[in-house]
Ligand binder design. Structure first.
Ligand code: NAD
Length: 360
């Protein structure tokens, strides 16, 4: 039976990078007989322009019916002044929460060819391979009450709420342990248990889940220390599991260890491993329409999709190998350019990966 992939290119550089990822997906589809059928729709600003909302009901239904979703990126200055409830990013938050995509996997892998592109010393980052598992549908980004008000003395004040239930912590902790089991069996749970009640519960529940994974070496770290350790000695980490906000910040920090956010894919999974796959970066309005965006994060998101939603390990490995070969050839988009390499645009980079994949 064929598998349905819903493609949501989004805004800004989204359509440009997605066009390259789709070319790669189509080659993988025929080379490995994957039986994928692709369909396309809009999300974010593009959906607002077409449907009047950042996520139309029919798009959500299509997403529910699909076996996996591939997303570019959303947002841009064109929609910065519209009603906040209709902004592109709201569409993204809604699709994640409606589909129950609570488990966000964000690898930070440094390709050896790009060691010079990191702002850290090559010996600190070379060989880096970390996986950050971020809780994606709970915590402070969704907690209620959230309010902005004016005090009796006329001062403005605002507050947010950081709630976590036991079951929310348990299911993301399991993802962390499962990932550690297929990697180096080391899991670091990041929290702020010295201050936050939600973090104290987090730590307690992670300890309980650990009993089912005796082979995994579990450690706990406060988030402030984790931020420091990530730049001091990042290779001490294998898998990190953390809440929504801490994961948001730490995974961006980790991405820069690898030189460019333009290289990093991500997966957001539900309880059945159905997932939405997207690059970690945003819609980069500053370079949109110029044909210079790096498509590799989106291409590597295709590889994550094949690996995690469809267990097509050979096809996933082949895409990663094709990317590595293209880097070996010295081809670089502007964000990862270093001396002695050849600067290429979005399409040329995509074409090179397609050619390498066909020849494998
Ligand atoms: P961004 O990730 O879009 O861009 C940050 C910087 O990285 C920019 O200088 C950009 O040119 C560069 N960059 C990003 N992707 C690149 C690529 N593939 N190749 C080369 N360079 C790349 O973040 P931002 O500027 O803070 O946000 C821009 C818009 O994207 C905003 O509207 C924001 O809300 C949205 N956003 C969306 C997502 C998402 O769709 N998942 C994530 C983050 C931000």
């Amino acid at each position: 039976m064929s598998k349905q992939i819903l493609i949501l290119p989004g805004d800004g550089i989204g359509p440009e990078i997605m066009a390259e990822a789709v070319k790669v997906l189509e080659v993988a589809n025929s080379k490995f007989n994957l039986g994928f059928e692709l369909s396309f729709d809009d999300l974010g600003g593009a959906a607002y322009d077409r449907y009047g909302v950042p996520l139309a009901d029919e798009t959500l239904e299509r997403a529910r019916a699909a076996d996996a979703i591939l997303l570019g990126a959303v947002g841009g200055p064109k929609w910065d002044t519209i009603d906040p409830a209709l902004r592109p990013e709201r569409g993204l938050l809604k699709i994640r929460s409606e589909l129950g995509l609570f488990g966000n996997l964000r690898p930070a892998i440094l390709y050896p060819q790009l060691a010079q592109a990191s702002t850290l010393k090559p010996e600190v980052v070379s060989g880096l391979d970390i996986l950050i598992v971020r809780e994606l549908t709970g915590g402070i980004y969704f907690g209620k009450p959230r309010e902005r008000t004016t005090l009796e003395n006329g001062e403005r004040m605002a507050f947010d709420t950081l709630p976590y239930s036991e079951s929310e912590v348990r299911r993301i902790a399991k993802v962390g342990f499962d990932m550690a089991m297929v990697r180096n069996k080391k899991l670091c749970s990041v929290d702020k248990a010295n201050v936050l009640a939600s973090s104290q519960l987090w730590r307690e529940v992670v300890e309980e889940v650990a009993k089912d994974y005796p082979e995994v070496e579990l450690s706990h770290m406060y988030v402030d220390n984790a931020a420091m350790q990530l730049v001091r000695a990042p290779k001490q980490f294998d898998v990190m599991v953390t809440d929504n906000m801490f994961g948001d910040i730490l995974s961006d920090q980790a991405s820069m260890l690898t030189g460019s956010i333009g290289m990093l894919p991500s997966a957001s999974l539900d309880v059945n491993n159905k997932g939405m796959y997207e690059p970690c970066h945003g819609s980069a309005p500053d370079i949109a329409g110029q044909g210079i965006a790096n498509p590799l994060a989106t291409i590597l998101s295709v590889s994550m999709m094949l690996r995690y939603s469809f267990a097509q390990v050979a096809a996933a490995d082949a895409i990663e190998q094709a990317v590595s070969q293209v880097l070996d050839q010295g081809l670089r988009t502007g964000d990862i350019l270093s001396e002695g390499c050849r600067k290429v645009g979005t399409v040329e980079m995509g074409d090179a990966v397609v050619a390498a994949l066909k020849n494998l």
